[in-house]
Design a protein around this ligand. Structure first.
Ligand code: SF4
Ligand code: MG
Length: 279
């Protein structure tokens, strides 16, 4: 891949929040010391999903809403890879929401960066499942991935960053990568990443973010307290950010992983399996 593919310049609008996410991801990967050929980024559909075109890692563009099962398979096949799924709120919270629920439930060891801009940017600004964040007067509620994850008690890492706070974002991505790479499980990091063209939420989110990392005595290992803190902050019309929850049981990994299985001497068995599918 590195020999045949040259990363392309981003196609995002000037000022798009995704530039901040990409910059923080590159910085966090550099700090992690993982060689570029040991990283694979699997992307969902939408403006955010083009992130994998811009980087020199391995990359894969999944079907709409299907980035999580694709990343799960990748992480199980070769747990030594640093697997990162990346996508938007339309991809992950609408068509892909069912997969998000089951990924929390299964806790596979990879990182998911969900860039939330409360709109469908690529298709010109329709309401996404998080649009009520921008229109709080509406009767619908925004889908909240952090509360959803907290409610599924096998989740192990839940955080929210903001592309307008790059230093914190680098720290959170680093912590997420570390969580997944050490085999503890699914690191879910939602990033508030404004779409400046159709829904410029920078002024609104600059004022709304409320960082649990700055709250004295906040314990990210306490799921019940995390739930209470998020509800309290949201009740004030603000958006909780920071490392919200980290804990729970480590991921279960296949032993051996399919990528390491010994296939030598099993060619006949393999051919027989393939032949069984011939018509
Ligand atoms: Fe970013 Fe919005 Fe432009 Fe898409 S349409 S690149 S989300 S600013
Ligand atoms: Mg979106």
């Amino acid at each position: 891949m590195t020999a045949t593919y040259t990363p392309r310049p981003a196609i995002w609008c000037a000022g798009c929040g995704h530039f901040g996410v990409q910059g923080a991801l590159v910085q966090a990967l550099r700090e992690s010391g993982v060689p570029v050929e040991r990283v694979i980024i699997l992307a969902g559909i939408g403006c955010s999903g083009t992130i994998q075109n811009n980087l020199g890692t391995y990359g894969y563009h999944a079907l709409h809403g299907r980035v999580l099962p694709t990343a799960t398979g990748t992480a199980l096949a070769d747990p030594s890879l640093t697997v990162i799924a990346a996508g938007g709120d339309g991809d992950g919270y609408a068509i892909g929401a069912g997969h998000l629920v089951h990924t929390f439930r299964r806790n596979p060891a990879f990182t998911y960066l969900l860039m939330n801009n409360a709109t469908y940017g690529l298709t010109k600004g329709q309401d996404s499942p998080t649009a009520p964040l921008v229109h709080p007067d509406r009767r619908e509620q925004a889908l909240d991935g952090i509360l959803l994850g907290l409610a599924i008690t096998t989740s192990t890492f839940l955080a929210r960053g903001y592309s307008g706070r790059p230093e914190q974002l680098v720290r959170l991505i680093g912590a997420a990568l570390d969580h997944a790479r050490s085999g503890r499980g699914f690191a879910f990091l939602e990033v508030l990443s404004p779409c400046v063209t159709y829904q410029d939420t920078y002024p609104m989110w600059d004022a709304a973010v409320s960082d649990v990392d700055e709250v004295a005595g906040y314990d990210p290992g306490d799921r019940t307290a995390a739930f209470g803190a998020c509800l309290r902050v949201m009740g004030e019309g603000r958006i909780p950010t920071g490392l919200i929850y980290r804990g729970g049981r480590p991921a279960s990994l296949p032993d051996p992983a399919p990528a390491r299985a010994v296939v030598e001497g099993r060619a006949d068995e393999y051919r027989e399996t393939l032949n069984a599918y011939r018509v």
